[in-house]
Design a binder for this molecule. Structure first.
Ligand SMILES: Nc1ncnc2c1ncn2[C@@H]1O[C@H](COP(=O)(O)OP(=O)(O)OP(=O)(O)O)[C@@H](O)[C@H]1O
Ligand SMILES: [Mg+2]
Length: 409
């Protein structure tokens, strides 16, 4: 019965640091271990675990059905969550058990494993044993909505998705069943971002027939099945088999994924980056904000910005990911989050950026000079590259029309 107590160990870089205990009736309680709390040079789990004096928070309230926001944000959403939950045979709403199943390969340097044995309590599995045709559960989890898998690079080009979904150092994002050309779009936007000097991981655009082991029944790839391509990006939280810790801004602000378009602004993100990072982080943040506004990316929510802990203790802005021009699919006059006072694209002015700089306590001149330089670089690189990128005419037109509407000159 569900009142059975069970515990998950939370490991950071392979060392146990905390537990999540299922205390019955789908309530769970997070707690740090004494050894972690007493360790003066402990590796940082998340900025949200610090109090206003910078000390570790140690008192947590239990949560019902969902985990605390930090862990809830490690789990996928919508289609991707339903898919992995179905394969694992667990209810997608019961996050403790979902994390139990998927905790082997999470974003950053966290792993989660059951304290007392591998198997889920039998009452939790939803009759999976009867479904003999079911494929083995996948033991990895990345946030987000799009169908994506962890993949391993093959020596003869191409990628393979491991049967457990676990252990790859690439992420493959499959084509969308709703919108055409999303992988091509993302590949193009990430390429432009790299040429504009942003920190962009290695990427590939590859035909889906060069990806081995795409799970059966994973959806159709639109009308152009044979020609469909996928977008792949090298994981920046893995290097030579080692995990590097990262967290996103929904985790930092303690906001559940469903509120990723609310509760905080670009100025709030900028403030954290300014406090924790170096000048180069502020420049990088400003470039990304301006670039995504110019290309009409209305989806730069809290989970599309992360920090990375290169030395296990200091946060800096993580490499770029999920840059897509969304306006060709969903015309929008607003960005995903307020810049400082407004989320309207038509309010994206130097004055709005000055306001952001003041609110986030960033050097105004650095922000404004970087913004102006990014606009100038964008126009130059766009003119040179637009016909060499895998973009359709209508995408190019949509972006050009949108750029004209941004009052940042
Ligand atoms: N190159 C990368 N290295 C490490 N982690 C990554 C990388 N790219 C993405 N991630 C992680 O995986 C998550 C999902 O990736 P991404 O944002 O590209 O997917 P998505 O499903 O399109 O997201 P959304 O829900 O915003 O549409 C990110 O929130 C981030 O935590
Ligand atoms: Mg995303």
């Amino acid at each position: 019965m569900t009142n059975h107590v069970s515990t998950l160990n939370v490991l950071l870089y392979g060392e146990p640091i905390a537990t999540i205990t299922h205390v019955g009736n789908d309530r769970t309680l997070f707690a740090f271990n004494d050894a972690y709390m007493n360790n003066e040079s402990r590796p940082v789990l998340g900025l949200g675990f610090k109090d206003s004096l910078g000390d570790l928070l140690t008192e947590f309230k239990p949560t019902q059905t969902k985990l605390t926001p930090f862990f809830s944000n490690l789990l996928p959403e919508e289609t991707m969550r339903n898919y992995l939950a179905e394969r694992a045979g667990v209810n997608p709403a019961r996050e403790f058990f979902l994390l139990w199943m998927l905790g082997q390969d999470l974003a950053g340097a966290i792993t989660v494993e059951p304290a007392d044995g591998e198997m889920l309590p039998s009452n939790i599995r939803q009759g999976i044993e009867e479904k003999m045709t079911h494929e083995a559960p996948m033991r990895f989890s990345l946030a987000g909505v799009q169908l994506k898998f962890s993949a391993v690079q093959q020596s003869n080009s191409g990628l393979t998705i491991p049967a457990t979904g676990q252990g790859g150092s690439w992420i493959v994002k499959l084509p969308s069943s709703r919108f055409d050309g999303v992988p091509e779009n993302e590949y193009s936007m990430m390429t432009l971002a790299r040429q504009l000097g942003m920190d962009v991981p290695a990427i590939q655009l590859l035909p889906i027939n060069q990806i081995a082991n795409i799970p059966a029944g994973i959806g159709k790839f639109g009308a152009y099945f044979d020609k469909a391509q996928a977008f792949a990006i090298k994981r920046f939280d893995r290097a030579d088999g080692q995990a590097i810790h990262i967290e996103d801004f929904a985790q930092i602000f303690g906001v559940y994924p469903q509120d990723k378009y609310k509760k905080a602004s670009m100025a709030n993100i900028a403030q954290v980056i300014g406090i924790e990072g170096q000048e180069a982080d502020i420049t990088e943040f400003t470039r990304r904000l301006v670039f995504n506004t110019l290309i009409g990316n209305a989806d730069m929510h809290l989970k599309n910005w992360s920090v990375i802990y290169k030395d296990k203790r200091t946060a800096s802005i993580a490499p770029a990911y999920d840059f897509v021009s969304t306006i060709p699919y969903l015309p929008d006059d607003s960005a995903s989050l307020k810049v400082s006072r407004s989320k309207k694209f038509s309010d994206f002015t130097l004055d709005e950026l000055s306001h952001l700089a003041a609110k986030a306590m960033l050097p105004e001149k650095l922000v404004l000079d970087t913004a102006k330089q990014t606009v100038a670089d964008f126009h130059e690189i766009w003119a040179k590259e637009k016909h060499h990128l895998p973009l359709t005419k209508s995408m190019i037109n949509a972006i050009e029309e949108h750029v004209q509407s941004i009052p940042l000159r």
